[in-house]
Design a protein around this ligand. Structure first.
Ligand SMILES: NC(=O)c1ccc[n+]([C@@H]2O[C@H](COP(=O)([O-])OP(=O)(O)OC[C@H]3O[C@@H](n4cnc5c(N)ncnc54)[C@H](OP(=O)(O)O)[C@@H]3O)[C@@H](O)[C@H]2O)c1
Length: 350
């Protein structure tokens, strides 16, 4: 079988090493993609350190990619060889994006316009899905806040005059959540970041941006009360430390929802607390069987395709980590130690 270069995780708690493995063949419903850009995500550190999500080794991680379709499996209709696409992974070695060729379920693959570079495109798969699942997936244990999606009848601009608080607006997920909140009409859109990223966060659509290093999270509820007297029914915590989650919970009105991205420190996971507040623990992957079976994952992927064709969604800032697959470990260490500010780290596996 033809071989490719891949970043291999040889064993649970092991060390990432570049090696070679076969180029997989797409089965029914799958496509084979030549990966030109792969995005780095905190979950790859989590998988290595905790040993979660994966039980077969050597493993290949990497959660998002952009590239060119090289082959399509049986029953694939909307995607063809030669299409330029972006996509999310799933948890098997053939479907990780830290390698030169990856398989993907065609239902979750998004075609991209010729004008969009692979580097810009790869800033979007995980962040767009994580924003969309958190805000719009139906309420369920693994679902979202259940808002009417902006792509459905009556959804665009539906939440005009309702406030939303998005903690961490310069993060990759924060950037996309702000853009989607704007399409849903939320106003004001209040966010937090460091001073040097305030313009970046406003460009995404935030109406009010607070530097969390100048106004501590303990003082944030009072600062928000000065911006709007309305109760806040939705908080999206794109950072999700214990501190940000507790602050978000304090800001949240009764019967509201808080979306968190890391294990919940507040409320009851997937259920309402006594005062009706709900904790949504987002799993931002269109390939999650729950979202694929319901069709929601496919709708998210195709909605992104439409938004990119119209130019409605902006990629985030991007920083290319040098060294291709060899650069990933250094990039992941920077993510783990909080040394990335307002940019998506990506690599070029080719
Ligand atoms: N559950 C899921 O499905 C899912 C999906 C994606 C990501 N995640 C997780 O969500 C987190 C964010 O991911 P990401 O890729 O969006 O992160 P990222 O872009 O790498 O995060 C870096 C940003 O975080 C900001 N930040 C750090 N501490 C902050 C704080 N206390 N308040 C406000 N902003 C703060 C920094 O802002 P400044 O530089 O402006 O200070 C920086 O721009 C990670 O832990 C990731 O593993 C989970």
């Amino acid at each position: 079988m033809a071989q490719q270069l891949a970043l291999l995780l040889p064993e649970k708690h092991g060390k990432y090493t570049v090696g070679s493995r076969p180029i997989p063949t797409p089965g029914p419903g799958d496509v084979l993609i030549e990966v030109h850009a792969a995005g780095l995500n905190g979950i790859d550190n989590y998988i290595r350190l905790v040993g979660a999500f994966i039980d077969t080794y050597p493993a290949v991680t990497g959660h998002e990619g952009a590239g060119v379709v090289k082959a399509v499996g049986k029953d694939v209709r909307d995607i063809a060889e030669g299409d330029r696409v972006l996509f999310e992974c799933w948890f098997s070695a053939d479907r990780g994006t830290y390698q030169q060729y990856s398989l993907a379920d065609a239902r979750g693959v998004t075609k991209i316009p010729d004008s969009l570079s692979f580097d810009d495109a790869v800033t979007l798969p995980v962040s767009f899905a994580t924003a969309a699942v958190g805000l719009y997936a139906p309420k369920s244990k693994r679902g979202g806040a259940g808002l009417t999606p902006f792509w459905e009848e009556g959804g665009q601009g539906k939440y005009t005059s309702e406030p939303i608080v998005i903690l961490g607006g310069s993060s990759c997920v924060g950037q996309l959540t702000i853009q989607l909140a704007k399409l849903s009409g939320f106003n004001p859109i209040i966010s937090t970041c460091s001073t040097h990223n305030i313009d970046y966060v406003k460009q995404a659509g935030a109406t009010h941006v607070i530097d969390y290093k100048e106004t501590s999270y303990a003082d944030l509820p009072a600062a928000i009360a000065k911006i709007t007297p309305q109760p806040c029914q939705l908080v999206y915590d794109a950072i999700s430390t214990g501190e940000t989650q507790k602050t978000g919970w304090n800001i949240l009105a009764s019967n509201g929802s808080i979306c968190v991205l890391l294990p919940p420190h507040v409320g009851k996971y997937g259920e309402e607390a006594e005062d009706g507040k709900r904790t949504v623990y987002v799993f931002g992957n269109v390939n999650d069987p729950e979202h694929q079976d319901s069709g929601f994952g496919g709708v998210v992927a195709k909605t992104l395709e439409k938004l990119l064709a119209e130019g409605t969604v902006r990629p985030t800032r991007v920083e290319v980590v040098l060294g291709g697959l060899h650069g990933i470990q250094t990039g992941l260490e920077r993510l783990m130690t909080g040394k990335v500010s307002g940019a998506k780290l990506i690599v070029h596996p080719q």
